[in-house]
Design a protein around this ligand. Structure first.
Ligand code: F6R
Length: 606
């Protein structure tokens, strides 16, 4: 995810900014840059690639100065390249920005009418122009006026060539922390960047701003009212900070899901009309209405997300869907009729099997749509159009937050296509209003982590697990089993619950923990029978039920209650306790959950 560093003091700032950026590398990025204030103006240097490349490239002699800002960019709008990298300079203003300016297109049109010309594809450049447009001698006042015109999220650091030693910061929805030093002050999106200089920090809240100079820190809100802030002392070390205080990236990423799901639907839903807009799709209403068949291509966890998508798209958008293992699809002779589109789902956008399957589909005439996380990845570039899931970098090898973001995008796609076919506006409204409550419901599940830890303690030494689910919870059973096996090395199988009696039931005895997904949805009555079948054979039942369900609870050894939601959105909630169960079991067994053996984050070999 993007990172910001700003420093104002009395020493050469460029080496310190580079050092700060290096400490943000763990967040993932694709390009970086720095902007330095100098007596004659601003000096900006940026490039695609790694910090070490930026460092080698930097014309150090020309980058002298004692006040500057720097940025690592994880692309959201526009490819990762030098022009799109931050800081963005427009005339006397330079700006580094994290977040997404949702109304950047309309702001851009207004500014173009005033004669502004834009070089990049980014939303951030528009904000740099807007601040310059509002400037009348006091930078913080211009920033305040500009931000009042902005919809979306931001953490920003801004400098102006006419105000030496001053950095203005502001926050809404994207973190910003002020480092309080002696004769120097700091601004960053993450304390890791400034920890080498100070442990005294002020965390800004939404709608707050700060003006830092070498000897002063002034905090206000966006209305220019003074805000008194507490200075806090950082007691964590760097490694802990990079993981946000969590012991592993995996658990950090599991806990990010209320935010990442929100980021996946933010700016894309129209809850008042029950509709969805996915700008990246670039398909007309006529084209959307004429999709006759969808083939989903993916691997692993992304394939499981595709299976959830199959349930959603067939049930609610009435479009036939096939979900293919990418590795199998590419070696068959798949039939692509006119009106077939291929959805390629990949977190990394680099999985070779998925990429090659997409190329095969393209060769056979399918329209290809990529659902990816990494902007500018090969699948994102080679698909004809696509939708980014905006989950931020996923560092833990076991995919968690990408899965729920992929399912969120498939939910949006279902509403978009369904509304062009058969779905009523009322249904769309109900789903989208409930979707906005999902981050809160997931938070409730995350708060139950200790309860799940206690279940993990009971079963951590078992050698086999079975996961059962029906309908859209069947892929969640597969995903729960995959999470457990890949990080704890316990053999685990996911099955459609009714299929159990055709074979796996032979395995059930008092040593077999069976995780059953029994949320109160369309399959509830049927799955009750499957729970009885396990109980009759004395299997240990860990059930995931809807709050208040006493019937299944009475049949279970352990119960995990999830908040009630619409059938369509249930998989987003039921997967959370399974991620936590897998995580806790692996940690209790002493495994390194971020680097499971034999696995890689992006599988770029066949
Ligand atoms: C499981 C996992 C893998 C990936 C698979 C596809 O936790 O991470 O199964 O889901 O390798 O990767 P992407 O989505 O990057 O194509």
């Amino acid at each position: 995810m993007c990172g910001i560093v700003g420093i104002t003091g009395s020493r050469e700032v460029a080496p310190m900014l580079i050092e700060g950026l290096r400490r943000l590398e763990y967040r993932g990025y694709d390009s970086a840059g720095i902007a330095i204030q100098q007596p004659g103006g601003l000096r900006v240097h940026k490039r695609q690639g790694k910090i070490k490349d930026l460092e080698v490239d930097l014309p150090w002699e020309e980058m002298q100065g004692i006040c500057g800002i720097a940025h690592t960019r994880w692309a959201t709008h526009g490819e990762p390249n030098r022009v799109n990298a931050h800081p963005h300079q427009f005339g006397p203003v330079a700006l580094a920005h994290n977040g997404i300016i949702e109304n950047f297109s309309s702001l851009k049109i207004q500014l173009e009418k005033k004669g502004h010309e834009f070089l990049s594809e980014t939303d951030t450049e528009v904000l740099a122009h807007l601040i310059e447009d509002q400037y009348d001698g006091v930078l913080e006042a211009a920033v305040q006026r500009a931000l009042k015109l902005v919809e979306g999220t931001y953490g920003i650091a801004v400098i102006h060539e006419a105000e030496p030693g001053k950095i203005v910061g502001a926050r809404r929805g994207s973190p910003l922390v002020v480092g309080v030093g002696k004769g120097a002050n700091y601004l960053a999106s993450d304390v890791a960047a400034i920890l080498g200089h100070t442990r005294q920090v002020i965390y800004l809240d939404d709608w707050e701003m700060v003006v830092i100079t070498p000897d002063d820190v002034v905090t206000t809100n966006i209305n220019n009212e003074a805000v008194a802030k507490e200075v806090e002392e950082i007691t964590w070390d760097l490694d802990q900070i990079q993981k946000g205080g969590y012991p592993y990236y995996m658990i950090k990423e599991i806990n990010e899901q209320p935010m990442t799901i929100h980021d996946a639907f933010r700016g894309r839903i129209l809850p008042d009309s029950g509709d969805v807009k996915l700008g990246g799709l670039q398909l007309t209403d006529w084209e959307l209405r004429n999709i006759r068949r969808i083939i989903i291509l993916a691997c692993g966890t992304s394939w499981h997300a595709g299976l959830v998508g199959e349930y959603l798209l067939e049930e609610y958008a009435q479009i036939p869907v096939e979900v293919e293992y990418a590795s199998e699809f590419r070696y068959r002779s798949p039939i692509i009729d006119p009106g077939t589109i291929c959805l390629t789902i990949s977190q990394s956008g680099e999985t070779i099997d998925t990429l090659e399957a997409m190329r095969e589909a393209k060769r056979r005439g399918a329209k290809t749509i990529g659902i990816t996380n990494v902007v500018g990845s090969t699948i994102a570039r080679e698909s004809e159009c696509g939708v980014y899931i905006h989950a931020g970098p996923e560092i833990g090898v076991a995919s968690t937050k990408a899965f729920t973001s992929q399912v969120t995008i498939l939910t949006l796609l279902t509403i978009l296509l369904g509304r062009r076919n058969n779905l009523s506006a009322e249904f769309g409204m109900r789903v989208l209003q409930e979707l906005q409550r999902i981050p809160g419901k997931i938070q409730k599940m995350l708060d139950m982590s200790d309860d799940i830890l206690r279940i993990a303690e009971v079963y951590k030494d078992h050698s086999n697990f079975l996961y059962l689910g029906r309908g859209p919870n069947f892929p969640i059973a597969l995903e729960g089993a995959l999470k457990l096996k890949e990080i704890s090395y316990i053999h685990a199988e996911g099955y459609p619950a009714a299929e159990m009696k055709h074979g796996p039931i032979a395995l059930i005895d008092p040593n077999m923990p069976v995780v059953v997904l029994c949320s109160r949805d369309g399959s509830y009555e049927k799955i009750k029978g499957n729970v009885q079948e396990v109980r009759a054979r004395k299997g240990k039942i860990i059930s995931v039920v809807t709050e208040g369900d006493e019937e299944i609870a009475a049949l279970s050894d352990h119960v995990i209650s999830i908040p009630e939601t619409l059938d369509m959105l249930t998989p987003l909630v039921t997967v959370i306790p399974l991620q936590l169960l897998a995580y806790h079991i692996a940690v209790l067994r002493g495994e390194d959950v971020d680097q499971p053996r034999n696995l890689a984050k992006a599988v770029t070999v066949e």
